[in-house]
Design a protein. Sequence first.
Lengths: 250, 595
Amino acid sequence: MQKIVEVKNIEKIYGKAGEKQYKALSDVNFEVEPGEFVGIMGASGSGKTTLLNILSTLDTPTSGQVHIGGQDITKLNTNEMADFRANKIGFIFQDFNLLENLTAYENIALPLALQNTNAKKIDPAVNSIAEKLGLTDILNHYPTELSGGQKQRVAAARALVHDPSIIFGDEPTGALDSKSARALLDTMSKINHEDNVSILLVTHDPFSASYCDRIIFIKDGEIGQELKKADHSRGEFYQEILDSLGTFAE
Amino acid sequence: MLNKLALSGIKHRLRDYSVLFSGLIIASAIFYMFMSLATNSAFLKSNSPAQATSFIYGFGVVLLAIITIVYISYANGFLLSMRQKEYGMFMMLGAKSSKISKMIFVETFTIGAIATVLGSVIGIIATGFVSRLVIDALDMQVKHFNSFYLPALLSTFAFFIVIFIISALKNSISIRRTKVLTLLHKDSQPARIKKNPILKAFQVILGIIFLAIGYATMILMGSNAALIYLGVPVALFTIVIGTYFMINAVITAVISALKKNKKFSQKGLNNFTLSQLSFRISDYTKILSMVAMMFALALGAITVGLGFQNQISTVVEGQNYYDVTVNNINDAQQKRIDKLDTKKVTTYSYKASKGTIYYQASEFKKTPFKYQKFNMKSMISKTTSTTDPSNADVSFELLNANLPRYRTSRVAVVDDAKFNSIDSKKSSLTLVRTKSFNKNLAAIKKINQAEQKRYPELKDAGLSKYDSYVMVNGIFSGLEFMGLFLGIAFLAMLASCLMFKILSGASSDVKRYNMLYKIGTRAKVLRSTINKEIAVLFAVPAGLGIVHVLIGLQMFSKILYKPYMNIEIPFGIFIVLYLGYYFITRYLYKKIVLK
């Protein structure tokens, strides 16, 4: 079966040749299977945001290849990258990134409108995802009228509405209280299991990570160990993550 | 240390500062340019026959002062919005708020002072340049006008120093009152627009009623000049209110209607653009109304100013049919006439004897004499052609074309035999009609001068077309010059105001556009949504302003012969300049937003 994400020998170097250079990523390799919920963990400055930026075509690697859904995204031009993000990727950011001058409905509909989807098809698509995420009652509200948890669920709905190949989450629970965070992670888990949506989550929070099937640790720009949940319960997996973090940090 | 930090902050944002700085320079330059006219009473007196001129200028100064204050407060808001976060950081690091507010005061005032000095220098240069350009282009007669005028310079300094002290105080107080946290997380969150359909409908109706009253007043003033003193304030008041309601209610209604049309709104970024606009418009109603009014005043001033230019040729054309008259033509004058782009050259022979001038009937039969017959009722002259100049009206015209010494003579038209029998020297009168008086002006001037040299009596009593052109041009040029100057000054101010209002909102848009970029919007689409949004913000006041002017010109229907003649020229000039501002604004906005 085709992999959703295939990362081969990625290297990212900041700074021009001859000047002071900084290697943010070095020989990074990993894969994500369809329907997999993968977490990437690492401390600040470990290179996880750089990696996510490259995976989501917001940045390009210095060398190496990235295939998403079978397509080599490092060979795309700027417009193709934009189209790729619009069609194949769903984003959930730490600070929601909703447009506060659009209602929840309009925010969710935005990716479809960007693809010039027929107006008649937009309505059912938005309503169905809103129902799934429990947003039906707040669709006409503006983001300023919503709680953090609601905002993040709107953001999740926006990430899902156009059936992307994969969802990228960048610390999606970072700005939420523990209850909202748990609710969001439950939702993501549900989408992952029921709809078989692949999710790649970047986080430094062990609790969030414990929802994943597999954790890839990254340190100083290099991939370290990998943890698999397998048959463990979430509680056990959480403990395992904490233990690994202890040893990985040393 | 803090000063050093503040300085490095400015260096860091040099591009944004250069926008602000050039804006302030333009403001003071324009203010100086205008003051150089308004404070120069010798110029005003010598260039306008009308008492109303100083009234118009007083009015102009007040308007310009108001718009300058508004402009500087926007520019100031822009300055503060750029620096707020930084100030917050200094305060978080432990800087005392008194120290920060002192720093802001010094910064605002220094920027203002430098801009004013530079602006005045540019103003002096620009005044010289613009006035030369305008005067040459329109062959104006402008007296007592100097680009450097001390009272203007002093009043510009005084005005700007006061404004900058006030805005520096305002900035430092507002920073002192704001909490550090608010400064650090300065994300302006637009409030939800209040949608009250009944209130909006009421505003639409009210807007239409006010505009109707204003327009009716202007039209009435056109037919009865006595109404002006009451009419101008009434029209100004009603149109200002009407404009405000129209922008507030009608535009938002159109936007919501467009938003409801899913086919349109759910396409690409249309919905985003509409939402940006509807939030903007409610925030912008005041400035857009002001810009619409200023637009109308500025365009009106330029149109009326250039209307006087049309007036010159209409009046001149209405007085004389023939562009050139030459007595007893010689070789030199013939050569000069040959250089003209002539339509028809007519020569009549005559003999003067005992208080009577004799013409040959055969010559008039061959080439009829043409003159401008003035209709007292319609105030319009009509070109009339006749073969019998002995008629009182015609003989008057014919005598006027001739040498002054014959003006009291009697005109007799006789047959060839009688003409030849008269014992007097045969003279000739050559009348030239060119294809265009204005295009041949330089050559006509030479012929006129040569003719005056040949017959010195023409110098004092000249009634040639060129002489009347010089006279009429002298009367109207001053008015025209003022109209153009006033119009261009207002335009520059109003467009800069709009530009700064839009740019000061740009920093809060950075995040939105960044997010749209992240979720896969092509850069081209982002640019086009910015273009559309700014285009609407520029077009709304322009559209209303144009309607105001078109109706407002009715006020001049008695003063100007044809107020709507050649209207495309001032409108064209104005719109090109205004478009220039639009392009600059969208360029700068994109520089800020799409990093």
